[in-house]
Ligand binder design. Structure first.
Ligand SMILES: [Zn+2]
Length: 260
């Protein structure tokens, strides 16, 4: 097949991903996972997931594109993100719109402090913490949170149990048998459309981070640079410094003009 693909990480390319999903897969939400895993399917199934690490507004852009393809997906939301607040009316309105479009809202869980992250934590140690975070999100969206994903998951969290606190764990072994992700703005396995056009396994989980996407292709470092410039333009020097530090500790990748 001699198809020309748009540059990766442009919305045009994302639309090509969606077109390919439409043709080759049945789309499912994590809330349906128990049923989906039990049943036999004619077509391979896909769980489409978005981890919202930085920018809730970009989640809405992606959702609007998906909506044109009548594709529903799972948006994993942080409760204590340094870059968006669930208490803002604008955030509440985005979450409401995402739900109205038929999407699922899950928890994107992060540790509260880096010491916690460094400990040899296993999932069962943090179940209470996860439940509490889900409750915070549930209070905002006025419905049950049925799925979770981990922000920068510890190695021992990968391929864990299917359910954690009675919610579907996106990092469960059942849902990770075939997994494609744009983590750090790179498709580690190579560009995804080649795999979507020729599914080799019955169940795929595809993870994207809307922060890496835009009208034009950009490197992830440049995306972070744009995000930084956009969000700090009206801040005092002191707040800019704090914002910068928060970005560096939140992600394992830096904006392009960060020198130290
Ligand atoms: Zn994350």
């Amino acid at each position: 097949m001699n198809k020309k693909h748009a540059p990766e990480f442009s919305y045009l390319y994302y639309e090509q991903i969606l077109s390919s999903i439409k043709i080759n897969f049945d789309t499912c939400l994590f809330s349906q996972a128990l049923q989906v895993l039990k049943n036999k399917h004619d077509k391979p199934v896909i769980f489409l997931r978005h981890d919202i690490d930085l920018d809730l507004e970009k989640a809405m852009v992606v959702a609007n594109i998906e909506n044109r393809y009548n594709i529903k997906s799972c948006y994993m939301i942080m409760t204590k993100c340094p870059f968006y607040s669930l208490q803002d009316e604008s955030s509440k309105s985005i979450l409401k719109d995402l739900i109205q479009m038929g999407n699922e809202i899950g928890l994107h869980f992060d540790f509260t402090n880096s010491a916690e992250r460094e400990r040899n934590t296993v999932i069962s140690d943090i179940e209470k913490h996860i439940s509490n975070e889900c409750e915070i999100l549930e209070n905002v969206i006025s419905q049950k949170v049925k799925s979770i994903s981990f922000h920068r998951p510890l190695q021992q969290f990968l391929r864990g149990p299917l359910e954690v606190t009675d919610r579907i764990n996106a990092y469960s072994s059942e849902l990770m048998k075939w997994y494609l992700s744009d983590s750090k703005g790179v498709w580690r396995e190579g560009e995804p459309i080649q795999f979507l056009e020729n599914p080799q396994k019955p169940l795929l989980q595809l993870l994207t981070h809307p922060i890496w996407w835009g009208n034009e292709h950009q490197t992830p470092n440049d995306r972070l640079q744009s995000f930084f410039e956009n969000k700090t333009q009206n801040l005092s020097q002191e707040l800019v410094k704090k914002f910068d530090e928060a970005m560096s500790s939140h992600l394992s990748i830096y904006r392009s003009k960060k020198t130290e």
